[in-house]
Design a protein around this ligand. Sequence first.
Ligand code: B3K
Ligand code: ZN
Length: 861
Amino acid sequence: PPVIYRADYQPPDWRVETVSLEFDLDLSATEVHATLGIVRNGDHDRAVRLDCDGALPQTLAVDGQPVNWRQEGSRIAFDVQGERAIVTLSTRIAPDTNTQLMGLFASNGMLCTQCEAEGFRRIIPFVDRPDNMSVYEVLLRADKSRFPVLLSNGALVESGDLDGGRHYARWRDPHPKPSYLFALVAGDLVATRDSFTTKSGTHVDLAIFVRAGDEGRTAHAMQALKASMAWDERVYGLEYDLPVFNIVAVSDFNMGAMENKGLNIFNSRYILADPDTATDYDYDAIEGVVAHEYFHNWSGNRVTCRDWFQLSLKEGFTVYRDQCFSADMGSEAVKRIEDVRMLRAAQFPEDAGPLAHPIRPDSYMEISNFYTSTVYNKGAEVIRMMATMAGPERFRAGCDLYFARHDGEAATCEDFVRAMEEGAGLDLGQFRRWYEQAGTPQVQARLEHDAATGTATLHLRQNFTPTPGQPAKPLMPIPLRTALIDRDMKAHRGEMLVVLTEAEQALSFTGYARAPVLSINRGFSAPVNLDVARASGDLPFLVRHDDDPFARYEALQQLVIDRLIADIADMDGPGAAQGHAVSLDEIIAVFGDLVSDQRLDDSMRAEILSLPTEAFLGEQMLIVRPEAIHVARKSLRKAIGSRLLNQWRIVHERASSVPYSLSREARGARKIKSLALGYIASAEAGDAAMVAFDQFARADNMTDRQGALAVLASMQADQRETALDSFYNRYQGNALVIDKWFSLQTGSAHPRVHEQMLELIRHKDFTLTNPNRVRALYWPFVSNQAVFHEASGRGYELLTDLVLKLDPLNPQTTARFIAPLGRWRRFDEARAAKMRDCLERILAQPGLSKDVTEQVVKSLE
Ligand code: B3K
Ligand code: ZN
C-alpha cells in the first residue's frame, strides 16, 4: 500500500462549502443524493478530485450538466471551468453488508454511520479530509414503522409524513465541519430526555437514544453528560453551541464512541449501566467516555485537525481533559494511578516495539492504525507536562488563546504549541521534540550526600533507545516533580519542579545533615522509565511516608518488582540474583501496614496493594520469561495471602457489611473486598471457594458478583462451574454482560484456559461480526501472558486463525490484534520464531487488508 507523508501536505484543490444530502434509507439498499457547492481553492487549473471507497457515483452533474468522470485509484476526477460550481451526484449503498462498520452500516435493524477517519467516502465521493469544512443540510426519508427515529447533526428543521408509510426529517448544522463529523441514525429507538442551561442562559435539549428495554440504564450517562457540560464551562470557560445534544447507543461499533457534531454515537458499553449489570469500573468508564466525546465539541470539532497526522491535537488534548474531569469527579490519586497503569500496559510496549511512532507521526499507510495509545495516552501526557510546567492559570491562558485563535479552523499541533508558548509564557523550543520523537526516555537518578557540608546532590541523566527510523535522538526536556524527604521528620520542605534538559545534570541542596530520601517523578510528571539508585530501606520508607499518593503506589510497585525479578533470577540457581531487593518478610510487613493504614481510603488501598500484572513484569525484562514470571508472582501472592490471611479476612468482612451505594466509601469497600477475596484464594485457604461463592451468591450488584466470579474463574473448584453457569443463565440475552462472561474465563489463571478458549470460540453466542464480542473473548486471552505465550505456540496459532477469519470482515478491528505477535523480539528464539511464522502466515493471505498489511510488514521489519 502507498505511504502517505506528513511533509507532503498540500491544501485541497477544491473546497466544498455547502453540502445538501438526501437519503432514502433502507437496510439493504440506501439511495444517496448529494448537492455540493464547490469552490476552487487557489490559482490553479487542476481537476476536481473526490475520494471514493466502494460508492461510485450513479449519476454526476456539474451545474446541471452530466459530466464524464474518470477513476484515479481511490478517487474520481472531473474537470470544472470557473471558480465555483454546483456538483450533484448520487450513490446506492448496502448498509447491511457493511461488516467493516465504516460509513453507513446496519446494527440490530437500525442504521448509523461512522465516518472518522475516512468513512464518509463510503457514502458518497467527497473531499474527505478534515481541512475541508462545509455546512450540512440533511434530509432523511425512511419507512416510519421500522425507522421512527431519524437523526442527524445540528438541529431538526422540519419533519412529517410521506406516502406509503414513510416519513422524513430535515436536519441542519450551522457550524461548518469536516466530513468525519457527519452522522445519521435511523431506527426504532427510545429516548431518555433531560436538559441543560448553559452559563449564558441557552437551553439545550439532551437525549440519549437506546433500544427499547435499555432505557432504564441511561441515567448514569445522562448525569455524566450534564456534569461534563458544567465542568467544561467552569474549568475551560467553554460552552455548548447548539440547541440539541443527542447521543445514540449502538451494539456493533469498532471503538468506544464518536464525537459527531451534536450527535454522538456510542458503543452501548459506554452508555448502559445499572447496579445489576455494570461494575463500578464500568460506571467510571462511561463517565470518562461521555466526557471525552462531549469535550471534543471544542477540542476537535470547533477546532479540528488540519490533517490526520495532527490527530493527537484533538485526541491527546481531549484525553487530558477527560482525565482531569474524572479526577475531579472521583479521586485524583486513584485516577492518576489508573491512567499511568494503562499508559505502561499499552503505550510503553508500543513505544518499545516495531510499531513505535511519535505522537505526531510522519507517515502512515492506513490512518485507522494510528488511533493508538501513543497518539491518545502519550499525547495526553505531553499536554500534562505543559500544564505542569505552566501551572494552572498560565495553562488556562494558553488554552484560551488556542481556542480563540483557531476557533472554526483546522489546526496543527504546532498551532497548539505556539498558542501555549504565547498564552502561558513558556519557551517550548526544545519541548517540541516530544511531538517528533518516539520511544520512552530513560532517566537515571542518584542522590549523593555529603555529611560534612550537609549537601545533597541530585544527579540526573537521560538516555534513549533507538526506535524504527530514529536511530539517534536529541535531548528532551523532562519535567520531574521532586521532593527530598527528611528521614527523621518524615516530611519535605516543599516540592520542586526539576526540568532535565541536558544529557546529565546535577543539582545541589544544602542543609541536610542526614541524607534525605529522594521522591522523584511524583504524580508521574513525565512519561519516562526511571531508574533510581537507592539504599535498601528507601522504598519501604517511601511507601510508608511519602505524601504524594502516586509516589507511595510507585514505591510499593518497585519494591515488588525488584523482589520478583530477584526471585526469577534465583530460579537459575542460587546467587544468580543481584541487587538489593528487600526480603519477603519486609514486603509482607509493608503490606500488613497498608492493609490497616488509617490514612488510606479503601479505593487507594486496593490500588496500592494490587500486584503488577505478569505482562508488566515481562516489560521489565530484556527477554520475557512467561512461566518464570507466572510462578514467581503466584508464589508471592500466595505468601502475601497466607501470611496476612487474618487481616484479609477482617477486611473482607468489614467491606462486606457496607451496603450498596455509589458513594465513594461504598465503592472503595467493594474494591478492597474483591482484592481481599483474591488474596484469600491465593492463600489457598480451604474455605476460599466457599467464601468466593458466598460473595457471588449474595451479591446485589455486578461489582461484587464479577469480583467473586473472577476469583472463582481461576480456581479448580466445583463452585467455579456452578457460578459461571448461573451467571450465564441469569444474563442470557444481555450482550454486555455476556461479554464479561467470556472475558472472565479467557483472562483467568485457570490451568485449562486454552481448552476453555477453544470451547468458547465454538459457543453459540460467539460471533465475529460483533467487535465487542471478539474483543471480549480474545483480548483477555492475548493479555494472559503465561497462556498466550505458552511455549507450544498454540496461543499464537489461535490468534492467527482469528486474524485470517476476521480481516475480510472487519480490517480495522483485526489490525489491533497484530501488535501482540509483533513483540517477538522480546521473547526467546523458539517463541520468536513461532511468532514470526504466524506473521508470515498472515502476510501470505491473498487480499489481506491495508490495515493488517501495514502492521504485519512493520512488525517483521
Ligand atoms: N474520534 C473517535 C475515534 C475514531 C476512530 C476511527 N478509527 C473517538 C474518540 O477518540 O473520541
Ligand atoms: Zn477522542
